[in-house]
Design a protein around this ligand. Sequence first.
Ligand code: ZN
Length: 266
Amino acid sequence: MLMRIKSVHTRCFLGLLAGVLMLATGCGYVAPAEKVPSPRTDGSVPTCGHAPLPDDALTLIVLDWDGGQSPLVRDKVLTGFDVTSLKLADGKSITQGEFETIVLNRVSEILCVLDPMDVAVIIGDGGDYLDSTVIHITGDAPADNAKHIGQSHFDLCNEHLDDSGVIWGGALASRIGGATLDEWVNAFANTIAHETGHTLGFFHPDPDAVQRLLLSPSTEIMRAHTNTEDLLKPQAFLLDQDTCPGTDGVGDTSYRVTGGVAYELQ
Ligand SMILES: [Zn+2]
């Protein structure tokens, strides 16, 4: 019987630390024969031809660039994000609408590897979409000089349609400083897709497993700690969702990653 790694990996890890060969049920780790190339790490941007229309999607993700009010930040109305606050190192100029659209398309493409592909992403006013996951993108930074660039609900098995996320654009801008337009697009799209991943049930993979399973670990988008250099490059979902305790293998609310790497115990 397949078990999800999240429910047992701590036990196995401690066993290995103690130098004990863990043969107990649930601790036989099955790694692929060899590391596989990571998809979409060459900077190319494939198009997603099979995302559902917004009305047909199980989960609708609304990117709200006007900030707004998130249940994650109860005491504050977030200010909107203004693209002119970004330093463009390559001297290009871009309008707010153009930037929002490029980031939207990139986020859609990052999410498009999920299987089942039942997620649609749009730009909108979160207040108009009560049963949708709203990602508030703000020019603000988190309170108390906190360093995080995004936060979101962790929705274990994607049971809730109305999750929330916050992308702290002000924190991203001060952390990155100057970057090319492509790099800014990557930074925002990677952060948005990471937080969206939490609302779909993805959590941070075990760093040891990331190193062991992936040829280019820095490109795994759900890693807990990604440095600025990695954030500016294309990142992707490479490891299956491992947290939803379904039955055998994939359940109705679990996601596989097309072309990705299996991540589970036997
Ligand atoms: Zn995270």
